[in-house]
Ligand binder design. Structure first.
Ligand code: FE
Length: 360
């Protein structure tokens, strides 16, 4: 029996072309049909579906295994495909925990009924309330802010203190963003809707789009590169993309290039900077629910917080946990404390408003 092959065939859609692997495949037994069956020693295991793949995660998982004796069986893949896979596997899904990024994406999983509510004193004491679902369907374990980066030669930091400033006609021809269909852009717009109401958010989006230096395109790193090339005076990106460039080699963003880029945590005297999370929830059909809850609690512990956040150059979710060196260079900031569940709830309206103003 080819275990890995069997697992790849597991769901109707499979994970062909996606990085999917089982860290300890021996722990999962497969039925001849190619679907999962719970192994006899299920009590000592945890089946983790994760869209993360960072070096520090190895330490994260091995520490949990050492501390608890619970073996982690990991399936890694693209977030949306993992969500689809759990859905396809239905009641027979071996998934205990789904770990992924962005509250907007987690909301999509939530909408499909993938999570079950979990609440423990420890989790509630450790994870700030705005970074977790009100009913405990998911918890944020690290956070990132979507902030303003700018060309120090062309733009004064005084011009870009708030998200509203991005819509100021003074920045005409200077602003770069990703496409409006990107989940980070949808989450940011969802926050605008929460703060300004529908019309205010729509006007804001129209103003930002009007100021575009080019049609929305590329990923966050591309926005940073376009500041270096001079195409964009101002751009939006998540903090970890810049922190990563500070820490390691990122093509086109060496030390000299990065020195051209300034950054602003917006709205520091009003709502705080827009934040989002990497988070996890316990799957509704989890065969190892108790272990899944233990794993979430472990992720909220000090040592796991440090590994987890450093893995993607993010800020820890738990206040007071030490920042990695690159994140420390970005610095502390005042964050928006709106509950992140709103980002999901407002997501369809966010896309509708972007579309109405023609935001590509
Ligand atoms: Fe990202």
């Amino acid at each position: 029996m080819n275990r890995l092959g069997g697992i790849r065939r597991g769901g109707p859609k499979g994970l062909t072309g996606v990085l999917a692997r089982i860290a300890t495949s021996a722990a999962i037994a497969l039925a001849a049909a190619g679907s999962f069956v719970a192994p006899a020693s299920a009590a000592g295991e945890l089946n983790l579906y994760s869209s993360r793949h960072y070096d520090t995660d190895e330490r994260l998982y091995s520490e949990f295994e050492e501390k608890t004796g619970i073996k982690i069986n990991r399936i890694e893949g693209n977030a949306d495909e993992l969500i689809q896979r759990i859905k396809s596997e239905g009641r027979n899904s071996p998934a205990d925990v789904l770990l992924t990024v962005d509250a907007g994406r987690i909301w999509r999983a939530e909408q499909m009924g993938i999570f079950q509510p979990v609440s423990t004193e420890y989790l509630e004491a450790r994870i700030p309330s705005h970074l977790r679902h009100p009913d405990g369907l998911w918890y944020g374990f690290s956070q990132r802010a979507r902030i303003i980066f700018y060309d120090k030669d062309r733009v004064s930091p005084l011009q870009i203190q708030t998200y509203d400033d991005l819509a100021d006609p003074a920045l005409k021809g200077m602003v770069c963003t990703r496409s409006s269909s990107n989940v980070y852009m949808l989450s940011l717009m969802a926050a605008q809707i929460e703060h300004k109401g529908e019309q205010g958010a729509k006007d804001w989006a129209a103003g930002v789009y009007e100021n575009r230096a080019r049609d929305p395109q590329g990923g966050d790193t591309d926005q940073l590169r376009a500041i270096v090339s001079g195409e964009c005076g101002v751009a939006l990106a998540n903090t970890y993309y810049f922190a990563r460039a500070l820490r390691s080699e990122v093509k086109g963003l060496g030390e000299t290039e990065i020195a051209k880029i300034g950054w602003i945590f917006p709205n520091q005297s009003t709502t705080g900077a827009h934040v989002n999370i990497s988070g996890a929830g316990v799957v509704a059909t989890a065969p190892n629910k108790e272990n899944a809850v233990k794993f979430l609690e472990y992720l909220a512990s000090d040592s796991a917080q440090a590994y987890f956040s450093a893995g993607n150059d993010e800020y820890p979710a738990v206040p007071g946990v030490e920042l990695s060196a690159s994140v420390a260079r970005l610095g502390l900031f005042r964050q928006d404390t709106m509950n992140l569940a709103k980002l999901g709830e407002n997501q369809p309206l966010a896309q509708k408003l972007y579309d109405e103003v023609g935001y590509k």
